[in-house]
Ligand binder design. Structure first.
Ligand SMILES: [Zn+2]
Length: 98
């Protein structure tokens, strides 16, 4: 599978929270498939591709807000992340290097 290449400059310019050792992925809700930007290093999950201030700290004890796609409260990441072409067709396409 082709690894995703993220445009860190653009993510930062739009308000993303970077630490220098960032490990971004795109994750999906296991129930509805809604995509989310996720920084595995900082455990920041981004809920809104147009507002990167809407991010949450993904640790077990805090819990996340309901899935924006299906509203499920205790939602989980899909076992397999979206592939590049799926991300390119989704709301997070802009975070990828062209
Ligand atoms: Zn969902």
């Amino acid at each position: 599978m082709e690894p995703l290449q993220f445009d860190l400059t653009l993510i930062q310019a739009r308000g993303g929270n970077l630490c220098g050792d960032d490990r971004f992925t795109i994750v999906a809700c296991a129930q509805c498939g809604t995509h989310y930007l996720y920084n595995e290093e900082l455990r920041d999950i981004y809920y809104n591709p147009f507002d990167l201030s809407r991010r949450f700290f993904n640790i077990e004890m805090l819990g996340l807000p309901p899935c924006v796609g299906c509203g499920l409260i205790d939602w989980r990441f899909s076992a397999s992340n979206p592939i590049k072409v799926e991300v390119q067709l989704g709301p997070w396409a802009w975070v990828l290097k062209q």
